[in-house]
Write a protein that binds this ligand. Sequence first.
Ligand code: HEM
Length: 507
Amino acid sequence: MDSPYSGWTNLRDISPIKAAGMAAALYLAYYLLYAIYATTISPLAKVPGPPARKFSFLPCIAMSLQGRESHAVRDLHARYGPVVRVNPDIVSFTEPTAWREIYGYPGVKKFKKSGYRQLRPGVPDLLTASGDDHARQRAALSRAFSDKALREQEHYFQDHIDLLLARLDEKCEQAQPFNMVEWVEFLAFDIIGTLAFSSSFHCLDNQAYHPWVTLLLNFFKSTHYVLTARMCGIFFPLVLAFGPIRHLRKGEEHLRRSYEKVRQRIRMADDESRHDFWTYISRQNEHREGSMSVEEMEVNAALLIPAGSDTIATTVSGCLYLLLKTPDALARLRGELARAFGCEADIAMAPLAGLPYLRAVVDEALRLYPPISGELKRAVPPEGAVVGGTALPGGTVVSVYALAASYDARNFAQPARFAPERWLAAAERPDWARDDRLEACQPFSVGPRNCIGMNLAYAETKLILARLLWRFDFDLLDDGFDIERQKVYVMWQKPPLPVRLHKRAVQ
Ligand code: HEM
């Protein structure tokens, strides 16, 4: 008689190849059943989208690895409408109201952040803090981003721009073409170093990237790769092993350097003339209202450096490129600057804030080239929720992708056209853009978790742009910066923006 364990003995006799084949067959069977469920019975089955994206992460993974997922989601909305299932988990919206429903009040109480990771486990930074922790940190940091702080910090921006322009004067004399993106990045990183640590990265001085900056730029790409690999489920380690993750360890290096710099900064003697971020937070800590611990200051410094640098470099590069491609808009902006200022030395943040066409240029560049172009993931609570009239089961992830909402022809007429005038007051807006739904474009997000650096970003971008355009004429030497062909790995991988400069006669 057969032993009751003979079945196990037989199993042990199966060759590894056969076992692998059986495992693959089981996996395929499971996958097939899941595909049928996801496209027919699942509560999300009826949400429009390509069938493959409803049951498989593969299309999303493939586009993400190519740095093209933001573009792909934009194209899916063009085909399927304002609500699209972009992968088995995520539903994306482009209706302007979705911004408020998900990220504004009262949505923010219902839809919590999903998939965000703390820089240092156990110590929330502003981006990952929730509830009371977020409110307390936001209150503490908001002093450093107030109008008063910006006025007191303006000289930092002006001094760094002086240095940039001096370097570019030399470029003018050499009449050599060069990559403008590099110089805009040098400037943005030097400024954020000064604001975050009272210590510039000295990229402009040295005419080269500081190693820390190089490390950060590479880190974005590695982070993007890990986020993509996470969608591969059980194949995660395999995909990771072959990916460009060698820069990931440099993330640790960024944190270490940030912590060290904050501690150095805290040790600095009081100085009335210093107005970096910690000046405002330390003052508040003295009064103990809404205070922040040293560990929280450290992780927030590590957050503010990337959040406040590459985003600005993207916006300024985008404005320059789009203006150089649109001579009418450039001429109109120069006209506005010439009417507002007698000479370059008069150009300052306060008067720039009142120039409508300049603001329109920045808004339009942020629409076509939003620095954060991809998903801002929020989880539907267990009891489910309705967004834009679509009922969603608990656990679904919802998002607005800035690039998709801004290019949706239901929101903007001629969506791919750079037309700052669409942002002007109604009386000055061209007829063809009269029905534009401007509120669909929210590059800084909305609600209590929107970008804390928004005012700073507008003021900084406008100042850099105004002073550059006042002093120089630009020849754009090729179209390699074409936004349509660019890739996104968390941030845009900005290709070179090759220009030649000429000093303007107006000097
Ligand atoms: C054009 C430039 C910028 C754009 C388009 C931008 C965009 C955004 C967006 C979309 C968010 C929401 C992220 C989310 O929900 O996951 C955000 C948050 C944030 N941004 Fe910005 N940002 C810019 C510049 C800056 C600057 C200059 C700083 C600081 C110096 C900054 C610091 C932050 C911080 C700390 C948060 C987290 C806020 C919170 O959760 O309360 N950003 N930004």
